[in-house]
Design a protein around this ligand. Structure first.
Ligand SMILES: Cc1cc2nc3c(=O)[nH]c(=O)nc-3n(C[C@H](O)[C@H](O)[C@H](O)COP(=O)(O)OP(=O)(O)OC[C@H]3O[C@@H](n4cnc5c(N)ncnc54)[C@H](O)[C@@H]3O)c2cc1C
Length: 406
């Protein structure tokens, strides 16, 4: 059987190797001059290739269509990808939160391991080859049209990725192929991306990282997110690990999302109030801002004072009980309103894609066209950060590759 895999990213490389190992003549088409361009930049160049979370925990980290992934994860999980990478000469290590990286901290080592795996399986890799359409007749896949001509095929696996970081090659071609084949494509949106805020104080503090702060988000008054961690202030609003997670929770709609930042999560209100009183007593002759100088970085303190409506240049002697109350509440609940997200170009993954209701979750085969398969970010599945998204690509890729011809 002749199999053509479109896309030499994480999903496509494993799909092709799996299909070839099962005795199929397999061609992998990649439009770029090399394989795995996006893989190269994953995990800040270290490639967080998977997560050791058990099945339930893994599924809890999948924000979009988790149930669709059961078969794929049963077929190929984190232990399998670690074994495959190690078998191909690259030891891996596990860090905090079950995040797995190559021991060398080099994503290029993972790419090299995948290439060895492709060679071992006997996959024919064609670089600089762009698929431009899928050939279908009588409800069956026939082949792939490419910039180099027609490539006949008995099965085609679309592993073209989503539309995030398009400079890596994921430009959404797979969505077009799918919709031309009759599939529903859920409109793509950014997930795991920075959030823009209506308030401008974060812009003025661009580059400042707040460690160990609490973040709560509510939509129309109902709590939808609560976490403790790191917050990065930027020229558009907020980013950093916690914000990426929140962006995944609100990827479908950021409307009416209010964020509250607890700048002193380790101190309850009573303890923090006692601390404020002590600062005031010890600095009676100073300005208000001077009295609280040790509380927060100076510019952030300005923003908090402004939020609380307090004049930092005033004297401590004029600082009232009500002022203290307002400062306390700004410190515990600094408000931000989400006004949008950064664009999908800057997102780690794409929310949306080929609707999973038209794909068989046990095989990754299209329910509409025989011999057509999907794997990876082109599908409408996505997850939190931590290695989950790559594991989805590996698992769906292997399942598609294993299912062709069966
Ligand atoms: C900055 C960044 C950091 C990330 N870090 C992590 C991380 O540490 N851990 C994690 O789990 N996830 C991470 N991700 C997410 C992860 O990279 C993706 O989930 C994963 O790469 C999806 O794999 P894929 O194979 O589906 O798509 P891709 O990796 O996007 O591969 C698709 C491939 O298809 C090719 N292609 C597209 N159209 C055509 C065509 N018409 N013809 C031929 N070839 C085509 C593209 O050139 C590309 O090579 C990160 C993403 C980004 C952007």
């Amino acid at each position: 059987m002749k199999v053509v895999v479109i896309g030499g990213g994480a999903a496509g490389q494993l799909a092709a190797a799996e299909a070839a190992s099962n005795g199929n003549e397999t061609v992998l088409l990649e439009q770029n001059e090399k394989l795995g361009k996006k893989l190269y930049i994953t995990g800040k160049g270290r490639c967080n290739l998977t997560n050791t979370a058990d099945r339930d925990e893994f599924i809890r980290n999948v924000t979009r269509n988790p149930r669709f992934l059961y078969s794929a994860l049963n077929t190929f999980d984190h232990t399998d990808i670690c074994a495959l990478i190690e078998k191909n000469g690259v030891p891996v290590k596990t860090e905090r939160g079950g995040r797995v990286f190559p021991a060398s901290d080099k994503s290029s080592d993972v790419i090299n391991a995948l290439k060895r795996n492709l060679d071992r399986a006997g996959v024919e890799v064609r670089l600089n080859t762009k698929a431009t359409g899928i050939l279908i007749s009588d409800g069956r896949v026939d082949g792939v049209r490419t910039n180099a001509g027609i490539e006949p095929a008995d099965a085609v696996i679309i592993a073209t990725g989503g539309v995030s970081y398009p400079q890596t090659g994921s430009t959404g071609d797979g969505y077009r192929f799918a919709s031309e084949a009759g599939h529903t494509v859920v409109s793509p949106k950014p997930s795991l991306v920075g959030l823009c805020t209506k308030e401008t104080w974060p812009y003025e503090l661009t580059g400042l990282t707040l460690k160990n702060v609490g973040m709560t988000a509510k939509r129309s008054g109902k709590r939808i997110f609560k976490e403790l961690g790191e917050l990065l202030l930027t020229h558009f609003g907020i980013s950093g690990p916690m914000v990426l997670s929140l962006s995944s929770v609100i990827a479908d709609s950021y409307e009416n999302v209010e964020i509250s930042i607890d700048l002193k999560p380790a101190l309850d209100e009573q303890t923090l109030d006692a601390r404020l009183l002590r600062d005031l007593e010890e600095n009676r002759l100073k300005t208000v801002k001077g009295a609280f100088h040790a509380l927060l970085p100076s510019k952030l303190l300005d923003a908090v004072m402004a939020e609380a409506g307090i004049n930092g240049e005033g004297n401590v002697s004029d600082f009232t009980k009500l002022d203290r109350r307002k400062l306390l509440s700004a410190l515990k609940e600094m408000r931000l309103t989400v006004s949008g997200t950064r664009s999908v170009d800057e997102a780690i993954v794409t929310r949306g894609g080929v609707s999973v209701s038209e794909v068989n979750s046990s095989t990754m085969e299209s329910k509409l066209v025989k011999g057509l398969y999907f794997a990876g970010d082109v599908l409408d599945v996505d997850a939190m950060t931590g290695g989950f998204n790559l594991q989805i690509a590996w698992s769906t890729g292997v399942l598609a590759g294993r299912s062709v011809g069966q």
